[in-house]
Design a protein around this ligand. Sequence first.
Ligand SMILES: *Cc1c(COP(=O)(O)O)cnc(C)c1O
Length: 358
Amino acid sequence: MAPRAISPMNTAELPPATLRLRIDTAALAKNWRVLDRLSAPATTGAAVKANAYGVGVDRAVPALCDAGCRQFYVAHWSEVAPVIAHVPAGQVAVLHGVGSGEEAAYAMATGAIPVINSLEQAAIWKAAGGGKCHVMIDSGINRLGIAPEEAGDPAITALDIDILISHLASADEDSALNQQQLDLFREASTYIAHARMSLSNSAGICLGSEYHLDHTRPGLALYGGIPRRELAGEIAQVVFPEAGVIQRRRITAGDSVGYNATFTARENLEVATVSIGYADGFLRLRGRNCALHKGDSRFPILGRVSMDMVVIDCSADPSLRAGDFLHIPFDLPIIAESCGLSQYELLTTLGNRFQIVT
Ligand SMILES: *Cc1c(COP(=O)(O)O)cnc(C)c1O
């Protein structure tokens, strides 16, 4: 077959994006060190699933590795290759485990370590000739993992287990479930040979040293999320979205803005159209009572958020023009509180149109 002709478009250099995600990798590294200090003497890993919670594996993993992190968690096998481009495969754990011979074969070929979640997965891993693995015990979230009663099952005791894992359902609350899960996990662990135990996510680290065991697995707080008040003042913002002004225009009293004309101007206004929309995680419910910023100027959003755009009132700043960049507020606990989305959802729905800059 003749090679496909390369059109000039394919070699053209992409112009700078009108949507940027500024990632403060120093803040990310600092957050990991804070969590590592709080976890000590337990070691601290990092959840980097979902493209490092939207922050981007290619920025996050090297920064975490430089900070001293030696254990990384993803959910899917498709997430392994981008991580092992930066760290040894043996440091990567795949939380969904091996559900098929193909997944077991991929694990063996890459060297990434599965988290075994059921007797079936244990059998699949053994049949594939799999070696070292981690095992998840479900101590009460009822989501993924073997039941505590299955801990002594021969399919499990036959495994070569590095980390025995469990996951807290309500670590961000002062719930009786936390202690119950810790007790159940400890009890189940006595039936299985293992090298290390790990229970706590970001919020779990705040519950005190008995929850740290040998190893912790923070995600959210690495990226600037604050799941419990104990971390306020300790964790720094990592993600700073910025969007460019595409157009400035004048509207007159009585004109409406955006889909369904939900905003009508009471007076003549200067407005600007900005390059961020719900496809970029800036959901309609975030647009309510929200303003974008440039320096000390604050620009309220008018009308509905579109897929690729929002409109702001820029009457207060005659100098604002197309090409200028505006800051999108992204202090996670504050934004989550004000719009009702979780801090996790705010991060992981950012979408893939941002140009990541550091
Ligand atoms: C996502 C995840 C984590 C990280 O949790 P955060 O709440 O983001 O700190 C830890 N462990 C498991 C099993 C997870 O799925």
